[in-house]
Design a protein around this ligand. Structure first.
Ligand code: NI
Length: 154
């Protein structure tokens, strides 16, 4: 089911999210709804607070398949990158943000099993951006310079 995405300015986006402790049907539904909502909105990442659910849950798909992160933790960061990014909660605005070049993440999957990922470039940005959401941090807090929206983007 496609859910409504909260927009910047909504105080819910500034809340700290709670750890998931129950790996149940509700979590599976949340993950499926988040993925469907993200794809429908043409996004590459979505965090649960963006649909008003204050839980530490993230979905990402940068074009290499669906990644689900429950209670994600960044375990290491290396290097730096400065690239424009946007957010489904702030459509039409993009800005340059400093992010680590390489990120390693550990999390749980939908069944409560531990999973590990590493990402660079766009995936490193997505991990960093979405995990920030779980702590009430928005990319606008970190923008070094706002950039014009690409003209060919719908
Ligand atoms: Ni975002």
């Amino acid at each position: 089911m496609i859910r409504d995405i909260l927009k910047f300015g909504d105080p819910v986006l500034r809340e700290e999210c709670a750890e998931v402790t129950r790996f149940d049907k509700e979590l599976v539904e949340l993950l499926d709804d988040m993925y469907e909502t993200m794809v429908d909105a043409d996004g590459i990442g979505l965090a649960a607070p963006q649909i008003g659910v204050l839980k530490r849950v993230v979905v990402i798909d940068v074009g290499n398949g669906r990644i689900e992160l429950v209670n994600p933790v960044i375990t290491s960061m290396r290097g730096r990158q400065f690239e424009p990014e946007g957010c489904l909660s702030c459509e039409g605005k993009r800005g340059i943000v400093q992010r680590p070049g390489h990120v390693r993440v550990k999390a749980m999957d939908r069944f409560g099993r531990q999973v590990k990922f590493k990402g660079k470039e766009l995936l490193a940005r997505a991990f960093s951006h979405e995990i920030d959401h779980l702590n009430g941090i928005l990319f606008e807090d970190k923008v070094i310079e706002w950039v014009e929206e690409e003209e060919d983007k719908q």
